[in-house]
Design a protein around this ligand. Structure first.
Ligand code: ATP
Ligand code: MG
Length: 418
């Protein structure tokens, strides 16, 4: 026998017993986003490598070691998107959307060559949201309130909101020097990753997941104490708005985000129900990115939700959405009945478009077909055999009670509709 070809490590199949939950989650997210005036945008999964290098930043984890990059047949350097913001900005710019304000969302797979583990995969899915042309902090607050509503609509509790401000580029650069001085004075206590980042990306040291680095990071100078006046003012207004809306948050001075394009407001929603991969949603302002990619400056803010982690969190809290099952399953024994079952099914679908109806197909004994009907979770089993054909009726079995009735074909739609 030929050897079975298996999937790529870290790239998961999402099977039919789970996809209903994904669909329900996706639908809820879409409904809330649409209610806030966000519109869907779709753009390619593959982009020129340069787009990601220039936006995400050369010395980030993603660009340094996580991208799926390859030369296509023309020799062009292409990359499977590791995140959505870069492609979204590219598409919005290229199509002239940034001449006015935009509220956009997208959803789909992202690719990062990370070490696969629970909550961390090589192909994973995000729903991403971006708003362009709004200076904030009002839109920052709206976005954060909208994420809170997403959890509410999903019946999710146990998520904590963390916020921080990364300040202006200048403030960040000045702070960067202070941070380097501080960490240099404690060089012996830095782990290997942090040593490597000391001069390339010292802010990222603060984001270290190594608990041995925690005390050192806690005692480091705080960016919030070195903000420029505008960022400070905006952050205060943001906090006041969240306070007024009654939304709890923690100010986390170590929240820096891993991508280079962030400035001013950043936020994450975290949970401790998912082990170490506890960030379900992350985002922030990136006012300089559009210009960096060659566009006329448009301020921007966005966030992304990791759907694998969101679905996993729903599973732990038992607030999984209810999935509506099959309404009816037609069993049909005999050649005539098999044919008639298809015709009857089409008539029922004409009469009741939302009816969830399975015709057995493939023959077999009543006993076997009934087993299938039972497993389908259908509310009614409709029975067609030679007798029913000759009398133009169906047997209707109410699966919950086992009661059985006989209904004429032309009365069946009415019966199922009540
Ligand atoms: P982390 O610190 O966990 O690596 P990140 O800062 O790299 O996250 P972002 O680029 O901000 O993550 O992506 C937003 C969200 O997408 C994350 O909060 C997470 O929920 C999800 N996510 C990121 N990388 C992965 C992955 N490899 N597998 C599954 N989900 C992921
Ligand atoms: Mg990461």
């Amino acid at each position: 026998m030929a050897e079975i070809i298996r999937s790529i490590r870290g790239m998961n199949d999402i099977l039919p017993d789970v996809t209903p939950y994904w669909q329900a989650v996706e639908q809820t997210l879409k409904d809330v986003l649409s209610a806030y005036g966000y519109q869907e945008i779709r753009f390619p999964i593959v982009e020129k490598t340069e787009l990601f290098c220039r936006s995400i930043g050369e010395v980030t984890d993603i660009v340094e070691k996580e991208m799926y990059t390859f030369a296509d047949r023309n020799g062009d350097n292409l990359t499977l998107r590791p995140e959505g913001t870069a492609g979204c900005v590219r598409a919005a710019m290229q199509n002239g959307l940034l001449n006015q304000t935009q509220r956009l969302w997208y959803m789909g797979p992202m690719f990062r060559h990370e070490r696969p583990q629970k909550g961390r995969y090589r192909q994973f899915h995000q729903i991403g949201v971006e708003a362009f042309g709004f200076n904030g902090p009002d839109i920052d607050a709206e976005m954060i309130l909208m994420t809170a509503r997403l959890w509410k609509q999903l019946n999710l509790t146990g998520l904590t909101l963390q916020i921080n401000s990364l300040g202006s580029t200048d403030a960040r650069l000045a702070y960067r020097d202070k941070l380097i001085t501080y960490f240099e004075a404690h060089k012996g206590e830095l782990d290997e990753d942090s040593q490597r980042r000391l001069h390339s990306n010292p802010l990222r040291i603060l984001d270290s997941k190594n608990t041995a680095m925690q005390a050192l990071n806690d005692a480091a100078p705080k960016l919030l104490d070195h903000l420029d006046a505008e960022s400070k003012q905006d952050f205060e207004v943001l906090c006041q708005t969240l306070d007024a809306a009654g939304l709890d948050y923690e100010i986390n001075p170590r929240l820096v985000r891993g991508l280079d394009y962030y400035g001013k407001t950043v936020f994450e929603w975290v949970t401790n129900h998912l082990g170490s991969q506890g960030t379900v949603c992350a985002g922030g302002r990136y006012d300089s990115l559009v210009e960096q990619l060659g566009g006329r400056g448009a301020t921007a803010i966005g966030f992304a939700i990791g759907l694998e982690r969101l679905v996993a969190l729903l599973e732990t809290t038992e607030s999984l959405p209810e999935i509506t099952g099959i309404d009816a399953y037609i069993v049909a024994v005999g050649e005539q009945a098999a044919k008639q079952s298809l015709l009857l099914a089409e008539q029922l679908r004409d009469a009741i478009p939302e009816l969830k109806l399975i015709t057995h197909c493939g023959g077999g004994s009543f006993k076997n077909q009934f087993k299938r009907a039972d497993r389908s979770g259908a509310r009614w089993t409709l029975i067609l055999g030679d007798d029913e054909i000759s009398q133009q009726v169906v047997g209707v079995k109410i699966m919950a009670t086992g009661e059985q009735e006989t209904i004429a074909w032309d009365a069946l739609a009415n019966y199922l509709n009540q």
